[in-house]
Design a protein around this ligand. Structure first.
Ligand code: 9PG
Length: 750
C-alpha cells in the first residue's frame, strides 16, 4: 500500500480509499491548496501548519483539522475538506444508492434521494440558490450537497454516515458526485482571517457504518445534540427507548394559535381578541397566542406598530392575551433591516456589505428588500439584546418565533473579519437567547440548522403549510404547500427531541372554501401526521368564524405526545409513507401506524406487520378516521380503497384473552395521552379505565371482550351508560370527556 493511500475499513462495512484532507487558503495574493494524506502527523507548509486528526469513534472514526498561521503573514482560509475520498465502495453500484440529503435551512428540501430516478430537479434559479444552496458554485451540476450530515445507503443493508458533531463555527456540508466517484466532507471558512500565531479548529466529522441507515441518522442526531448541548428534553432518546418518553410524563411541547395562515398579516387587534374569546368559548387547550408577521411597520422597526391594525399599540393586546391565561408569542425576523426601515436609515453601518460596499440583501420580504444585519458588530448585538429584552419586559412575551435567520449567514464583509458566516449567525441567536432568558421558548424558522443547536428550543423543519396541497406558484420541492411541508416534517422527524422540538408548522382544520383548498382527507392527513410526529401543535384558523364541527380535528391532535413516530421507509421512498409510533404503558403496549397515500388517485396499499417490525403475534386492527374495527391479523392489512392524500391511521393492539381496552377516539395516538389508567380486576371481572384530557370533547372508548366473556354493564363516572357492539366481542362507548372520566365495564363468563 502506498503511503498516500489512506484507507478506512470496517469489519463488514464499506471502505473508503484514497482518503485525504485538503486546506484551501490564501496568503497575500497567492492561493494554495495543501493536501494531507496521513492523519495524526503535523504538516508544515509555508506560513501554515496543519494537523489532520483521526480518532476512533463508535462504529467508525472521527476527523478534524487544526490550523495555525505559522508565518509572519495573515492567512485567509477558504475551505477545508476534513475528509475526501474517491469512489466509496458500498458493495453495490452507485445507481442503486440512496442518500439522505439534508437541506440547509428550515424550508430547504430534505429527503432520501435515489441516485437514479429521483423526483428532485434543481430549479437552477438565483432565488432557489439564494434560499437553499449556500455553497453554490459554477461546478454544482452533478453534485449532491447535504448540510452537516448525509447517510449513503446501498440496499439491503450497507449504510455509511458522514455527519459533523459540532456546527458552531463553520457551515459544513457533505458532497457526493452523483455518479459516486467522489465523497467529501467540507467546512466553510469563508475566507476569514487567521492572524499570525492564531489557530483554529474545523468542525469534527463522524464517519460511521452500519446496517440500519435510519438508526445511524438517529445516532448522529443524538451525538451532535450531546456535543452541542441541545435544548431538548430527551436528548438521548433512541429508537427503542423512544417509547419511554411516550409515557406522557413531563411537559408537552407547546400548543397554540397563530395569526399567519388565515390572516396572512392582515389581522387587527380585534381579530386576535375575537380568537382569544373563541378559544375560551370552545375550551380549546391551546397555550401560546402567536402574533405573526404584520404588526410592525417595517422589518427591523419592531416597536413601530401599524396603528390601523393595532390602534392602541401592542400593550393592550399583550395584556389581554396574558389575562386570558395564555403565553404571548411574538414573530420577528431579527437579522433583517428593510431598505425602508428607520433601523437602516439610522444605522447603515450595521449591515453586511459586498465586495463593492453595497448592502447585502438578506431576502425580499413581500416585495421589500431586507438587508442582512452584521451580527459580528457589537452595536448590532446590543440592539438585538435590547429589542428582545423590551419585548419580554414591556409586552410580557415568553415565546419568540425568530424567522429568516439565514440572513445573518449571507456571504459578505463583516465588522469582525475573523468571524465565519456560522459564527455571525450564532452570535446573533446567542444575543437573543441571552435577552429572553432561559425560561422563554425560542423557535427558529428560516434557520440554518447546525449553528442553532443548543440555542433554540424549537425549530421549523419544513416549508410553510398552505391552503393548497400541491404548490401553486412554483413547482419545486421547497415551494410552500402542505405536501412539501409534510414531507420535510417526516424526513426530519429524527431530529425531534434530539436537536430541539420539531415544529411541523401549523395545523389547519377549517372547512374547504375560498380560504382553504384542502379536502377532508388532506385535513385528516395534516392532523394525523402532526399528531404522530409529536412536536409543536399550533392551529392557524380563524377560530372566531370556524364551523365548530371542524374543531374535532384540532382536539384529536391535542396535546402533542412529545414523542415522534419513526418514518420506517425513509430510506425506501423519496416520499416516506409509513410512520410508526410505538406506545408502552403499564397496562399494555400498542402501535399506531400512519400510512400515507401521496398519489393523486386511489390505490390499494398492503400493510405488512413484518414491515412494521412488530413482534410476531395476533393484533386487533382499528382504522382510526373511519372509526372501523378491521378484525384480527397476524400478517397483512390491506387498505383496498386508500384514497388520494389519505392517511390511514391504524391501531395495532395485541390480542388478549380477557376484556381489554382497544382504543379511544379522543386522540390520533389512541390512548397515548388521554388514558391515565387502565386496570383489570380479575376477582370482580371489572375493567376500569380513567381518561384525562384538558378541554371538552366527545369521543368513543372501544373495548374488546373475547369469548367466553360477556358484558353485563358499563358505567361512566358511576352512572349506567349505554354501549353498542359494532362487531362480535367489540364494545363501543360514546361519551363527552370534560377533564376526567372513569369508565368501568363489568363482564361475566358465558
Ligand atoms: C411571515 C411568514 C410566516 C411563516 C414563515 C415565513 O417569500 N418567501 O419565499 C417566503 C417564504 C416563507 C415565508 C414567507 C415568505 O414564511 O415560515 O410561518 O411566519 O414567514 O411572513
Amino acid at each position: 500500500m502506498a503511503m498516500n493511500d489512506h484507507t478506512l475499513s470496517w469489519p463488514t462495512g464499506p471502505v473508503l480509499r484514497n482518503v485525504a484532507a485538503l486546506v484551501r487558503y490564501r496568503i497575500g495574493e497567492t492561493s494554495s491548496t495543501l493536501r494531507l494524506t496521513e492523519p495524526n502527523c503535523p504538516i508544515q507548509a509555508p506560513g501554515l501548519q496543519a494537523f489532520w486528526r483521526q480518532e476512533p469513534a463508535p462504529n467508525g472514526y472521527q476527523f478534524w483539522l487544526e490550523l495555525t498561521a505559522s508565518g509572519e503573514a495573515p492567512i485567509y482560509l477558504e475551505t477545508t475538506d476534513v475528509l475526501t475520498a474517491r469512489a466509496p465502495d458500498l458493495g453495490a453500484p452507485p445507481a442503486t444508492w440512496r442518500v439522505y440529503q439534508n437541506g440547509w435551512q428550515s424550508w430547504s428540501p430534505t429527503f432520501v434521494r435515489h441516485l437514479e430516478g429521483t423526483r428532485y430537479a434543481d430549479p437552477g434559479t438565483p432565488e432557489y440558490r439564494a434560499a437553499h444552496q449556500p455553497h453554490w458554485e459554477p461546478d454544482y451540476d452533478g453534485l449532491i450537497s447535504s448540510e452537516w450530515v448525509a447517510v449513503l445507503f446501498a440496499p439491503p443493508a450497507t449504510a455509511l454516515l458522514l455527519g459533523f458533531l459540532t456546527a458552531k463555527d463553520q457551515l459544513a456540508e457533505i458532497r457526493l458526485r452523483a455518479d459516486g466517484s467522489e465523497l467529501t466532507a467540507r467546512c466553510h471558512l469563508d475566507s476569514v482571517l487567521l492572524a499570525p500565531g492564531a489557530s483554529l479548529r474545523t468542525e469534527v466529522l463522524w464517519v460511521a457504518a452500519g446496517p440500519d441507515p435510519l438508526r445511524l441518522l438517529e445516532a448522529w442526531a443524538e451525538a451532535i445534540a450531546r456535543e452541542m448541548g441541545a435544548r431538548a428534553p430527551h436528548p438521548t432518546i433512541g429508537g427503542e427507548a423512544a417509547t419511554e418518553g411516550a409515557r406522557g410524563r413531563g411537559e408537552s411541547p407547546p400548543t397554540g394559535w397563530c395569526t399567519w395562515y388565515y390572516f396572512y398579516g392582515e389581522n387587527t387587534a380585534d381579530d386576535i381578541l375575537d380568537n382569544l374569546r373563541a378559544i375560551a368559548n370552545h375550551r380549546l387547550p391551546l397555550d401560546v397566542i402567536l402574533i405573526d408577521d404584520g404588526y410592525q411597520t417595517a422589518i427591523g422597526d419592531w416597536f413601530s406598530i401599524q396603528t390601523d391594525k393595532f390602534p392602541d399599540g401592542m400593550e393592550p393586546v399583550a395584556e389581554a392575551v396574558r389575562a386570558a391565561g395564555h403565553r404571548l408569542g411574538i414573530w420577528t425576523a431579527p437579522f433583517g433591516a428593510a431598505a425602508t426601515s428607520q433601523l437602516f436609515a439610522t444605522h447603515p453601518d450595521w449591515v453586511v456589505r459586498d465586495e463593492s460596499g453595497a448592502p447585502v440583501v438578506g431576502w425580499v420580504h413581500w416585495g421589500v428588500p431586507c438587508y442582512a444585519l452584521d451580527c459580528t458588530h457589537p452595536e448590532v448585538l446590543a440592539w438585538l439584546e435590547e429589542t428582545f429584552r423590551r419585548m419580554r419586559r414591556e409586552w410580557g412575551a415568553t415565546f419568540f418565533k425568530i424567522d429568516f435567520l439565514f440572513a445573518a449567514a449571507r456571504p459578505g464583509r463583516r465588522y469582525d473579519p475573523t468571524a465565519t458566516r456560522a459564527q455571525a449567525l450564532r452570535r446573533g441567536v446567542e444575543a437573543i437567547r441571552n435577552a429572553i432568558g432561559d425560561d422563554a421558548f425560542l423557535l427558529g424558522c428560516g434557520a440554518p440548522l447546525g449553528p442553532c443547536i443548543g440555542l433554540v428550543d424549537g425549530m421549523r423543519i419544513g416549508t410553510d403549510v398552505d391552503p393548497n396541497w400541491h404548490p401553486i406558484f412554483r413547482y419545486d420541492l421547497s415551494a410552500v404547500s402542505t405536501e412539501n411541508a409534510l414531507r420535510n416534517s417526516i424526513t426530519r422527524a429524527p431530529f425531534h427531541n434530539r436537536l430541539w422540538l420539531n415544529d411541523p408548522d401549523c395545523l389547519l382544520v377549517r372547512q374547504r372554501g375560498p380560504d382553504l383548498d384542502l379536502v377532508l382527507n388532506e385535513v385528516r392527513t395534516l392532523t394525523a401526521v402532526i399528531a404522530l410526529l409529536g412536536g409543536l401543535t399550533i392551529n392557524s384558523d380563524n377560530l372566531a368564524l370556524i364551523r365548530p364541527g371542524r374543531l374535532k380535528y384540532l382536539r384529536q391532535a391535542l396535546p402533542p405526545t412529545g414523542i415522534s413516530a419513526r418514518p420506517l421507509d425513509l430510506f425506501e421512498h423519496e416520499m416516506p409513507r409509513l410512520l410508526l409510533l410505538p406506545v408502552e404503558r403499564d397496562w399494555g403496549r400498542w402501535w399506531v401506524a400512519g400510512v400515507i397515500n401521496w398519489e393523486d388517485r386511489t390505490v390499494e396499499t398492503p400493510v405488512r406487520l413484518i414491515d412494521l417490525g412488530l413482534p410476531a403475534g395476533r393484533y386487533h386492527v382499528f382504522h382510526y378516521w373511519r372509526r372501523r374495527y378491521l378484525g384480527v391479523t397476524d400478517d397483512t392489512v390491506i387498505l383496498r380503497r386508500h384514497q388520494p392524500h389519505e392517511t390511514a391511521v391504524l391501531l395495532l393492539k395485541p390480542v388478549s384473552d380477557r376484556p381489554d381496552l382497544l382504543t379511544t377516539t379522543f386522540h390520533v395516538c389512541q390512548g397515548a395521552v388521554e388514558v391515565a389508567d387502565c386496570r383489570w380486576d380479575e376477582t370482580h371481572h371489572l375493567l376500569y379505565i380513567a381518561l384525562e384530557k384538558a378541554g371538552v370533547q366527545y369521543g368513543e372508548v372501544w373495548l374488546t371482550a373475547p369469548e367466553p366473556w360477556e358484558t353485563i354493564e358499563v358505567r361512566v363516572n358511576g352512572e349506567r351508560h349505554p354501549w353498542v357492539s359494532p362487531a362480535p366481542g367489540i364494545l363501543r362507548i360514546g361519551l363527552t370527556l370534560e377533564g376526567r372520566s372513569e369508565v368501568t365495564a363489568r363482564f361475566r363468563k358465558r
